[in-house]
Design a protein around this ligand. Structure first.
Ligand SMILES: Cc1ncc(COP(=O)(O)O)c(C=O)c1O
Length: 368
């Protein structure tokens, strides 16, 4: 296929200039919640939009990636097996329950495609992490969006009540993106047991490592209709390395793998060794949590002292209301070269900001 003009310009590196875009914008960047393309950040831009970890990858991951770079000439399937085993051991599960992919988005994508092959609906909180569900909607599944409860948490009772024989899956993002809230651990387990009698339960634990909360992954041993998703993009600081994984019944994993041309073949050798090393780097993991907690506490207290209502955060991002903000928040960010997100809920003008380093958050607070 011939590349079109836009693709060709991108290939030769002239895309942004030739199309009149600022040098900060990129076609490759994912759309944000307002549907606009996010900007690519040159080094003088503070990136508080994608909940990345500003400190990663961990020192051990970096060394492993560099040391193993020369293995990139081979497929090295054994390294994939080692990574699956390391993930299985970490989560006290057998290897047959593990699926590894290039970022957890790949798993969500596979789920959306898989369930779109049937008719019906899916149940999801609103707002939550929804970009990936667009495929399912485009393919004909009906989205049943369930408002969060008054504390901006997944409303498990309301979600349970929406599940019918037509429901193909229910998605629980815990902690929830963008609101940074968690649900009660016992209540979640009860919810899963009940909901899984009728439909597939998808629990996205992308941010669980920022909390003290237990995972529900042990439940995949007994509950066939449960898939638990994790990523190396957040606490492990490897968003660009693209490694994610799912824990589920082997039949679910087989069904998803059938949708891929090359099962287990999409993570680079360097990312695989990096992820394995990252799992062992406990110091880095703990250090990230300590730094995140300090920068988050500072930011929340400063936002509150400016009269902005914040939802208590359990993650590396903060959900707060711009209702009482007197200026154009997004203009202020733009002028000061800070990448934020957009408005998630018009009522209350709720937005989300990623917790960066303490210096970045001090800069953010000083300009808003
Ligand atoms: C809740 C949630 N799940 C999944 C992802 C996808 O992460 P990745 O594809 O980098 O693993 C994100 C990314 O921000 C997220 O917020």
């Amino acid at each position: 296929m011939q590349p079109n003009r836009r693709q060709w310009l991108q290939q030769i590196g002239l895309g942004t200039l030739a199309l009149g875009l600022s040098s900060l914008e990129s076609f490759a960047a994912p759309a944000n919640n307002e549907g606009k393309s996010r900007s690519l950040a040159p080094s003088d831009v503070i990136r508080l939009s994608s909940n990345e970890n500003p400190y990663g990858p961990s020192p051990m991951a970096r060394s492993a990636m560099i040391e193993n770079m020369m293995k990139s000439n081979r497929y090295n399937w054994d390294i994939t097996s080692e990574l699956m085993k390391a993930i299985a051991d970490k989560n006290n599960l057998p290897g047959e329950n593990i699926l590894v992919t290039a970022g957890s988005t790949e798993i969500l994508n596979l789920l959306a495609v898989y369930y779109s092959m049937q008719k019906g609906n899916f149940v999801i909180a609103d707002p939550s992490f929804t970009n990936w569900t667009n495929i399912a909607v485009q393919q004909g599944l009906t989205k049943i969006a369930v408002p969060l409860d008054e504390n901006k948490r997944n409303d498990l009772d309301a979600m349970q009540s929406k599940i019918t024989g037509e429901t193909r899956f229910v998605y629980i993002c815990n902690p929830n993106n963008p609101t940074a809230t968690i649900v009660d651990a016992t209540k979640l387990r009860d919810f899963i047991r009940e909901a899984a009698k009728k439909t597939m339960v998808v629990v996205d634990e992308a941010y669980l490592e920022f909390t003290e909360e237990p995972s529900v992954c042990d439940m995949v041993k007994d509950i066939k209709n449960l898939i638990v998703i994790r990523t190396f993009s957040k606490i492990y600081g490897m968003a660009g390395a693209r490694v994610g994984y799912a824990m589920a019944h082997p039949d679910t994993i087989d069904a998803l793998l059938k949708l891929k041309v090359w099962p287990n073949g999409d993570i680079s050798v360097m990312s695989r060794v990096g992820a394995m090393a990252a799992l062992k780097d406990k110091d880095f993991f703990n250090d990230c949590n300590i730094k995140n907690n300090a920068a988050r506490a500072y930011t929340v207290s400063q936002l509150q002292s400016k009269g902005l209502h914040c939802i208590p955060s359990y993650t590396n991002f903060i959900y707060f209301s711009l209702k009482e903000y007197e200026h154009d928040f997004f203009d202020v960010l733009k002028i000061n070269k800070i990448q934020g997100t957009g408005i998630y809920e018009q009522e209350g003008k709720w937005t989300r900001i990623t917790v960066g380093t303490m210096e970045e958050m001090q800069r953010f607070i000083s300009v808003i």
